[in-house]
Ligand binder design. Sequence first.
Ligand code: HEM
Length: 195
Amino acid sequence: MTPAPLPGYHYDHPDLPASPVTADDFDGLAAATLFSDADVTALKLAGEVLADQTERILDVWYGFVGSHPHLLAYFSTPEGAPVSEYLAAVRLRFGQWIADTCTRPYDARWLAQQEEIALRHTSAKKNATDGARSVPHVPLRYLIAFVYPITATVRPFLAAKGHAEAEVEAMHQAWFKAVTLQVALWSRPYAGAAW
Ligand code: HEM
């Protein structure tokens, strides 16, 4: 049976707008993070290792956001009440993002999806996908700061399946690069011409 499409997940949607980021721009960023074919291979393995641990990873990340009122504010109404339907809808796509980061080819469509995720953190598209009544944008500084927790907290999950230390380290470094690359791409709509 084909699984039901994830609400608001438009990766494979024909109408997903192309990214203004070119393949050359991407190559430059990939080189700047030392992203290589070995990382693609390590991410594939990470995808297998993480697949059945997605909910536990999301519990950690959501626990982190939920325990910091100044972060939970971005999933809340302007008056400060958390919007549970919004949190739940985004959580499903966040889980899919883990798999996409590990298994999708980093091609033009992937770049288009990165631009879409970027815009969904800004006033251009935040809240629109889920019809949420929430604050209009996530500040760029928090996107950048989150590279650390999103990277550090994933290591125990990469190590949970008994792989050799060198393999775990390779998966973790590849993950770190992939998250850094994506946040660099997500900074584009915030930075405008300065990007
Ligand atoms: C949406 C990842 C930083 C708040 C999302 C989505 C992903 C994601 C995958 C779902 C995109 C989709 O709709 O398919 C990340 C990663 C981050 C990061 C990897 C940093 C490394 C943050 C921070 C906040 C935040 C710091 C605020 C505390 C949100 C919100 C949405 C969202 C509110 C929903 C946006 C909407 O209305 O569509 N994020 N995020 N994110 N994220 Fe982030």
